[in-house]
Design a protein around this ligand. Structure first.
Ligand code: AMP
Ligand code: MG
Length: 541
């Protein structure tokens, strides 16, 4: 009904949705209406209109996200929908805003950050009574843009759109993505940070989540020493998102914090299960609901290497490397605890929750590895050794983590009497350079596999098919490998979006081998080994 501020006669498919903008209603609003970069104090939300784009085109959407919101195929393919999903037009009930947050970036307090290129169109309540915030990423400058342009390019938008959906179908808590729109405008980006910016295709993803609140929202209120502001946000969070966090209405900041610790542990265990590396675990990229959020220079392990990070900005210290994620989760939660401390008044309960994060993480990690290895139960210290030995074996020679665990399901206690060669052959498809394997590596690898076989032999009560099913339900065939993303990006940049459509299908059944096409389940090909985008990425997006 409203064309970016101007009422028009035509309706839109979104008009029928029930918007309920609780953030604007219940949190302090920035009193300045002007859209220029500034420090905002004493408020969490700034009303801001998306800056219209030239020629919006809907190139992909996630049908199940649409249907969860109450939108069907006919709604999604109307021309007004592309206009809404690019910020050109607003529907009835939408009231766009950006939010104020701070954050610790790479271990240091960075002050105010905020939604520099994210504009929420509003929050709706779906048919199941669930709250869903619709947020455009790349819809133009906001008061939090600092000196940047508020835009996003096609390559990073494809990565966010497909990866958040891939994560969802892998069963990992994440923000969702409704749509991917190209804007018809170009955006200048210095992709390699080498002083040579080039025009790129502009794009906007519409993200969907119950809330995009981050640790940084609580941190900025604490940094401003504004207890009232902080309390308002904590109360708001418990009131509107408490049930999602398993809280009761009378719970307060301690219970909230404890729940965030548990959710964060669960999500990071899941990242470790599938070889996902977030890449930029700054506290402004940590969801209060424990969702995976802000898909930037993330990556997936091809060959198993706990010291790997996809983020070139972090290549020296590797703060956010795969193996450090559990510990970084703890560090980030400690920053949230510091922010909440003035409200709680004493450190003990927060410290207790932080300690609980460690023990819960450990227990869940063990259980996750139990399922990956197909064990009926986990015998604390003996199986810790087994897990460690299996992980160490993958580092003996370049071993594809995803393929390795799928191969492992083919090993059965019956193999115990087989030759070393026959046993190693079961996992050889996971090796990147089988020709370089020395006798010593072969012996060590076979030793570990025999230990594993011996362990399987101890669980006679666990039917073979049951074990295989357990493993295959926890070890994906398909993960959204960096080179797969890059191929989709390269063809989309040439105007061909068919690979994106194919991937939208593949990501739905990541554990179901027959349903994953051959070219989506192979190892990383050799040409992709060191190619930008296929191995590592810069933050430029
Ligand atoms: P990120 O590293 O993507 O999590 O972003 C860190 C901060 O920079 C956030 O406050 C973003 O909103 C902001 N930011 C990143 N890219 C842009 C951009 N192109 N325009 C405005 N703000 C941006
Ligand atoms: Mg971010």
């Amino acid at each position: 009904m409203i064309k970016n501020g101007h009422t028009t006669a035509m309706g839109t498919p979104f008009d029928k949705l029930r918007f309920d903008n609780s953030m604007l209603r219940e949190l302090p609003i920035d009193p300045i209406a002007e859209n220029r970069s500034r420090q905002v104090r004493g408020a969490f939300v700034s009303r801001v209109a998306p800056t219209p784009v030239n020629a919006p085109r809907l190139v992909a959407y996630a049908a199940d996200v649409a249907s969860n919101l109450g939108l069907d195929e006919a709604d999604m393919t109307q021309s007004e929908t592309a206009e809404i999903l690019s910020g050109v037009r607003l529907a009835e009930g939408m009231d766009p805003f950006s939010t104020c947050y701070g954050g610790h970036q790479f271990g240091h307090w960075a002050g105010q950050l905020g939604d520099g290129r994210a504009i929420s169109l509003g929050e709706l309540i779906n048919a199941d009574g669930q709250r869903r915030e619709l947020q455009l990423k790349g819809a133009g400058p906001t008061p939090y843009s600092r000196s940047a342009d508020g835009r996003a390019v096609l390559r990073s938008s494809i990565r966010e759109f497909l990866c958040s959906e891939a994560m969802h179908h892998l069963g990992i808590p994440t923000t969702r993505a409704l749509s991917l729109v190209t804007t018809g405008d170009t955006v200048m980006r210095d992709m390699f940070y080498d002083g040579r910016p080039e025009p790129e295709i502009g794009a906007i993803v519409c993200r969907v989540a119950p809330s995009f609140l981050r640790f940084g929202h609580y941190e900025i209120a604490a940094a401003q020493r504004d207890l009232k502001l902080l309390k308002t946000l904590v109360d708001y969070t418990i009131k509107h998102h408490g049930s999602e966090l398993g809280l009761r209405p009378k719970d307060g900041p301690i219970e909230l914090f404890r729940s965030v610790c548990l959710r964060t542990a669960e999500t990071i265990v899941e990242w470790m299960r599938v070889g996902f590396v977030h890449g930029v675990m700054n506290t402004d990229n940590m969801s209060i609901l424990g969702h995976t959020i802000d898909y930037g220079p993330y990556g997936w392990l091809d060959d198993y290497d706990p010291s790997w990070t996809p983020n070139t900005t972090d290549s020296q210290h590797r703060r956010y490397r795969f193996g450090a994620q559990p510990q970084i989760g703890h560090w980030n939660l400690a920053q949230l605890a510091n922010a909440l401390l003035p409200l709680v008044g004493r450190a003990d309960p927060l410290q207790l929750a932080l300690d609980e994060y460690r023990s819960v993480f450990q227990g869940q990690y063990q259980d996750m590895m139990r399922r990956k290895l197909g064990l009926a139960d986990y015998k604390a210290s003996a199986d810790d050794d087994l897990v460690q030995a299996v992980c160490a074996s993958m580092s003996l020679t370049e071993t594809d983590m995803t393929l390795f665990f799928r191969c492992l399901a083919h090993l059965s206690p019956g193999h115990a009497d087989d030759s070393d060669e026959a046993i190693l052959a079961v996992v050889t498809p996971a090796f990147y350079t089988p020709d370089t394997i020395t006798d010593s590596i072969r012996t060590q690898f076979v030793d570990v596999l025999r230990t594993y076989l011996h362990r399987l032999g101890q669980q006679a009560e666990f039917a073979e098919q049951q074990r295989i099913d357990l493993m295959n339900a926890n070890n994906p065939v398909f993960v959204f490998r960096n080179y797969i993303a890059q191929q989709a990006i390269e063809s989309a940049t040439d105007g061909d979006f068919t690979e994106i459509s194919r991937l939208l299908e593949t990501i739905k059944t990541p554990y179901d081998d027959p349903l994953v096409p051959a070219d989506h389940k192979g190892k990383r090909p050799d040409w992709a080994r060191d190619r930008p985008g296929c191995s590592t990425l810069s933050c430029s997006s």
